[in-house]
Design a protein around this ligand. Structure first.
Ligand code: ZN
Length: 399
């Protein structure tokens, strides 16, 4: 059993309210005892002699660590000289071009992926959900290369890998490769546009759910479907989730088509998704494809954020900061009150900082960041830099 103290850290305790106005957040300085990488005790700060394994938090704000819920370890070209993305008229043209780009790239897979990881670690990420392309053109190559890199980072951060049939589960006949990937360590089934890319909604989704139930894993599917294709896709997703008993194990990434319904229909679909525990992950695009994320969240759908494109063949934008995405989200949806900004932090941490079951509850993994901020609302609004990150009680990034 290893015990250590993370001492002299600031935590949030309550909102400061008077005459119906919230003027800020109350904080106090505490010491946190960590046993085997989990929180064991929080006590008021004490001025006692420290052991050499203890860590001085210097009065900085302690927050839950950031979760990157949508990235592609295999697609980044980070570290290479600037190159504009090539024109593409469709998703098919885009991924066909991408194969050429990634083959021609003058850097190893390991270097590119490591740069992405280091960049995100420096931004407070200690958990990654990465999609990894799996289809006959690539086979298991990217998955194996990603696993080799991850082996070098063992114990530094948490992760999960989604077997992702980028070229279409049916279109590229990826089913067998997907099975292989799931047998070889991928822990989620991915997917992309069963209607418009695969051209057979029923069959594509059925195969996706077959893979999930066969390997007893969750699903995370990229849906760019719009209009009627979206309507049919979401309805089918909900029905299959209910049939398979896959509640709370299905995620939709992007969900562009969630803006294409009438008001009545929207409410029906949003509540249907919430009821089936189907969650949504967004990279908060600034263009017209962005669905009404805050309305969807208010309807009870679990929402998380991810960077997605970070210097890849798809978009010239993206800086590897999930906090940047949250800041953007807060500005778009005008989350300007102390409460709204504070609560929004859960979109990138999956945790709360106050109240029951907050991130410092005994038994929770000691995945934290320290930042020079007065409260989480300031952290979200001002994007104060991460000074130190902890994964399972160990420092995984230090500025
Ligand atoms: Zn993606």
């Amino acid at each position: 059993m290893t015990t250590k103290w993370l001492y002299n850290v600031k935590i949030e305790t309550d909102y400061l309210r008077a005459a119906g106005i919230t003027s800020g957040t109350a904080t106090k300085n505490v010491d946190v005892r960590l046993v085997d990488g989990v929180v064991a005790e929080v006590r008021p700060q004490q001025h006692v002699e420290r052991a050499k394994e203890d860590f001085d938090g210097r009065g900085l704000l302690l927050l839950p660590a950031i979760r990157e819920m949508h990235c592609h370890f295999d697609k980044s070209k980070l570290g290479l000289p600037w190159e504009p993305i090539k024109p593409a008229a469709s998703i098919v043209e885009r991924f066909t071009q991408e194969i050429k780009d990634l083959t021609a790239v003058n850097a190893t897979f390991e270097d590119r992926m490591s740069r992405l990881i280091e960049l995100e670690l420096a931004n407070g990420t200690t958990f990654f959900r990465s999609h990894i392309d799996v289809h006959p053109k690539i086979g298991q190559k990217f998955l194996e290369q990603a696993q080799a890199v991850l082996a070098k980072y063992q114990g530094i951060f948490g992760y999960e890998l989604v077997a992702f049939p980028q070229h279409g589960l049916l279109l590229s006949e990826a089913y067998d490769e997907m099975k292989r990937a799931l047998a070889n360590g991928a822990t989620l089934v991915g997917g992309v546009d069963p209607f418009s890319l695969d051209g057979n909604l029923e069959k594509s989704l059925q195969q996706t759910f077959d893979l999930a139930t066969q390997f007893n894993v969750p699903i995370d599917i990229h849906l760019h479907e719009r209009g009627d294709a979206a309507r049919q896709t979401y309805q089918k997703m909900m029905a299959l989730t209910a049939d398979a008993g896959w509640q709370n194990r299905v995620t939709i990434s992007h969900g562009y088509g969630l803006q294409d319904f009438s008001e009545v229909e929207s409410q029906e679909i949003f509540h249907g998704l919430a009821e089936q525990g189907i969650s949504l992950i967004s990279s908060v695009p600034l263009d017209s494809v962005r669905p009404p994320l805050e309305e969807i969240r208010q309807a009870g759908v679990q929402l998380a954020l991810g960077c997605d494109n970070i210097d890849d063949s798809w978009s010239p934008f993206g800086d590897g900061s999930v906090l940047e995405k949250l800041n953007r989200y807060a500005e778009i949806y005008q989350l300007t009150t102390q409460e709204a900004l504070t609560e929004a932090l859960s979109l990138i941490t999956g945790q709360t900082t106050m109240g029951p079951d907050n991130f410092l509850t005994s038994g929770k993994p000691a995945n934290f960041i320290l930042t020079d901020s007065s409260c989480s609302a300031e952290f979200v609004a001002r994007k104060t830099p991460v000074e130190t990150s902890f994964y399972q009680g160990e420092i995984c990034f230090q500025k």
